[in-house]
Design a protein around this ligand. Structure first.
Ligand code: CA
Length: 423
């Protein structure tokens, strides 16, 4: 395990109790301010360490790579350098921020050039996403949806326990946390109506997901094994895959969701590296029946990552509607990537692969309003006296996530998105 993960490490930068960004995290993102163009940064406490300024000051000279990758609008070229370089950068930053290291700690002039308050910065989507795939890997979610729309006795379709079901999503409409989305319009058809009608979606929903970002490409025709998969994954972000359930119900046969999903998905701005998450690995749910050999894996591949969803109304009234966990995933990321590439499909740097809605075993851990309100039958009471079956105009959905162990909390920051009225 990386020495940067040592729970005993402390930074000379103040990290408040409950902060998502202690010295053991060091997630990568892209930010800009009024006087700094878009560039790479790393979160520490309430600050961002400006990696381009750090490189200009010569503090990354010990690691041999073209520092130009640090002042670009995306991290694609940086993460494509590969784990030996990106992990060396993470460990160097850990040293520079360490309370026992004087290189930056005692140089207040340098600190002014390399530290930016997060509150003064605007976060950007951290990577250009060439391809987006959405899986459907939570057994509880697939069971809930199958129970609602098909047959409770045969909720899972015959393929579900044999392969990680997925589909190709839309990359162009993935946006960073804080980006509002207009309520989508489209065709819907009520069960008792003869013909479809057109208008704004009435059943707009969030999907609580975690997504991984690929940093090592493959050539067309080659595959990634479950054993190799982690070498291709840079890190994780929180993800809200906005979904219009009424559009979805009418359009999805036979090729799956289309306009119900492609109008917007929200990603959190900080990519938490797989290396920072290493201490939080846990066993996966048992897979029965046994999976085919190309989907078998060794070791722990799931993560104990707490997830929370809040709805904040237009008036600022907030309610937590779900407490879930990434550990519930039946199919892990290594299996997803192995399955995705087993036919020779090539993957590209910046590709984003979402888990699918993450639901736990109990209603308070469901990852969508479809399940929480059970198709609208059990509305959620909000503190202001209103009810939510699905998401209303001017509601903001906020996803948060963190791992915690041995006094170290590795957080993701926020994945937040507001719904504006239809255009
Ligand atoms: Ca989804």
């Amino acid at each position: 395990m990386s020495r940067a993960n040592n729970p005993k490490l402390k930074s000379w930068i103040e990290v408040k109790t409950g902060s998502d960004f202690p010295i053991q995290n060091l997630p990568f993102g892209v930010f800009k301010t009024d006087d700094r163009s878009a560039r790479a940064g790393v979160a520490i406490g309430d600050y961002i360490l400006d990696l381009s300024a750090l490189a200009k000051a010569g503090l990354l000279d010990s690691i041999n790579f073209d520092k130009k990758v640090l002042w670009q609008k995306t991290l694609n070229d940086f993460i494509a350098l590969g784990k030996p370089i990106t992990n060396a950068v993470r460990e160097r930053l850990s040293d520079l921020l360490n309370i026992d290291n004087a290189e930056m700690k005692n140089n207040t002039e340098l600190q002014k050039t390399v530290l930016v308050k997060q509150s003064d910065a605007q976060m950007l989507l951290p990577v250009h996403v060439p391809n987006y795939t959405d899986f459907y890997s939570s057994r509880e979610h697939a069971t809930n949806v199958g129970t609602m729309f098909r047959d409770p006795k045969n909720a899972l379709l015959p393929n579900w326990l044999h392969l990680p079901v997925g589909y190709h999503g839309r990359a162009s409409s993935i946006v960073v946390s804080g980006t509002p989305i207009h309520r989508p319009k489209g065709q819907t058809k009520a069960d008792d109506a003869e013909n479809p009608s057109f208008g704004p979606s009435k059943l707009l929903d969030f999907e609580l997901e975690v997504a991984f970002i690929v940093s090592k490409e493959t050539e067309l025709g080659s595959s990634v094994s479950t054993q190799q998969a982690e070498d291709h994954i840079f890190g994780l972000v929180l993800f809200n895959d906005w979904s219009a359930r009424d559009l979805q119900k009418w359009e999805y046969v036979p090729l799956g969701p289309f306009l119900a999903k492609n109008f917007g998905s929200i990603a959190s701005p900080w990519i938490v590296t797989l290396e920072a998450l290493e201490p939080f690995k846990i066993e996966s749910p048992e897979q029965e029946p046994a999976v085919l050999p190309y989907l078998q894996f060794d070791g722990q591949k799931n993560y104990d990552l707490h997830l929370q969803v809040d709805i904040v109304t237009g008036n600022g009234v907030s309610k937590t509607v779900s407490n879930s966990n990434f550990k519930y995933m039946y199919w892990n990321m290594c299996q997803q990537l192995a399955h995705h590439t087993v036919n020779g499909c090539n993957i590209q740097v910046g590709d984003l692969y979402a888990s699918g809605t993450i639901s736990g075993p109990t209603p308070d851990s469901y990852g969508s309003m479809l399940e929480i309100s059970w198709q609208g039958k059990n509305p959620v009471a909000m503190p202001d006296g209103t009810e939510r079956r699905f998401i209303l105009d001017n509601d903001t959905v906020v996803i948060k996530g963190y791992c915690e162990k041995d006094g170290v909390r590795i957080g993701f920051g926020e994945c937040s998105g507001k719904i504006l009225p239809a255009k």
